[in-house]
Design a protein around this ligand. Structure first.
Ligand SMILES: [Mg+2]
Length: 358
């Protein structure tokens, strides 16, 4: 028995010494296994609970910073392109309310940008606002769409329409200074002006070829705008975009008198003539009898790259207001900005009210 007891004590001493030796060598002790496991689980749980928190924090910081960046980017952009709503009173200070001429783009300006271009409807409120504005000021819509198509969307007869980026204009038949106000505002019909008329046969050819080549590309659609063609790719899968672009370019190679530009998820094919929305604006002013007058203000609202040509005209004339519709900072020749079509609606309503009060 004594012998057994001695052996047990010796074993415990040796075990203790070995444990100390292992600890000195940097090994973990094996005792308190349960506690270690619990600690490990706790640490694991803590780590997992911290990781999302850290990620969330990082994400939050990034989001906050990005938001701040976007906001501060937009805010600083607003310094150079102030809101036409915020500065409305200042813009209209000293303006003779009878000499404003209003020009409006359609898609993205009066209507929201939608996936299906055939469903880019404007709201009844917007229609009412545009109609009211047109009762007070000569008003024209200048769109990339076919003229008849944009007229179908707008459904108003008391304004003028230009389609195909200004290549199809129905202008006033009588200059404004030679007719009374009633004549001008009760009849939107006028004299057609179509500077790209000779290209019509080629446009129809291109249209047919494009319809053939896009057949295999899901989501691609073609819109016949009479004097230009739109290839919509908003619903085309990203992986198919390059193929679509190549196919469109291959068709255009055979038509050197045509060019392609890109808008919002749309490729525009049109004749390479020096005629754009800026020329259309000038043409309207001429037919309204205002081209040589300093006593009027063209006001142009648009969201598209093609609207920049009209902004440039206003800038070079040194008279009028150019207003870009954009919710992000953009390089533009426009002096003022509105965030989206809902702000365009507010601006037009305010313009009509201001004229009513004057
Ligand atoms: Mg537009």
């Amino acid at each position: 028995m004594k012998h057994m007891l001695f052996l047990l004590i010796t074993f415990k001493i040796i075990k203790k010494k070995l444990t100390k030796l292992r600890e000195r060598m940097g090994f973990q002790t094996t005792h308190n296994t349960k506690k270690s496991k619990d600690d490990s689980n706790n640490a694991h749980e803590q780590q997992h609970s911290l990781i999302p928190r850290a990620l969330n924090l990082t994400h939050h910081n990034l989001t906050t910073n990005n938001t701040k960046f976007i906001h501060s980017g937009y805010d600083s952009w607003l310094v150079t392109h102030p809101s036409a709503l915020s500065l409305f009173d200042k813009m209209m200070e000293g303006v003779d309310e009878k000499r404003i001429v209003v020009f409006l783009d359609y898609d993205g300006t009066l209507s929201p940008i939608v996936n299906d271009p055939d469903r880019a409807f404007m709201s009844d409120e917007m229609r009412a606002a545009v109609s009211e504005v047109a009762t007070y000021f000569p008003t024209a819509i200048i769109s990339g769409r076919g003229r008849e198509k944009v007229k179908d969307f707008v459904k108003l007869n008391n304004l003028y329409y230009a389609g195909s980026h200004g290549m199809d204009i129905m202008a006033p038949s009588v200059p404004i200074n030679q007719c009374d106000k009633t004549t001008l505002h009760t009849n939107g019909n006028g004299v057609p002006f179509q500077p790209a008329k000779k290209f019509l046969p080629a446009i129809q050819e291109i249209l047919k070829r494009l319809e053939n080549v896009i057949k295999g590309i899901e989501g691609a659609s073609i819109e016949d705008n009479q004097f230009c063609i739109s290839v919509h790719f908003r619903q085309v899968h990203e992986k198919d975009y390059n193929v679509l672009e190549e196919k469109v370019k291959s068709v255009l190679e055979k038509y050197p008198l045509f060019c392609m530009t890109e808008g919002k998820k749309v490729m525009e094919i049109r004749p390479s003539i020096k005629w754009n929305k800026g020329n259309a604006l000038e043409y309207f002013l001429e037919t309204l009898g205002l081209s040589n007058s300093n006593n009027f203000l063209p006001l142009y609202i648009g969201d598209d790259k093609t609207d920049e040509d009209a902004f440039k005209v206003i800038r070079s004339r040194g008279q009028g207001y150019s207003i870009i519709v954009s919710s992000t900072p953009r390089e533009t020749c426009a002096l003022y900005s509105l965030r989206d079509p809902s702000e365009v609606l507010m601006f037009l309503s305010r313009l009509a009210k201001w004229r009513k009060r004057s």
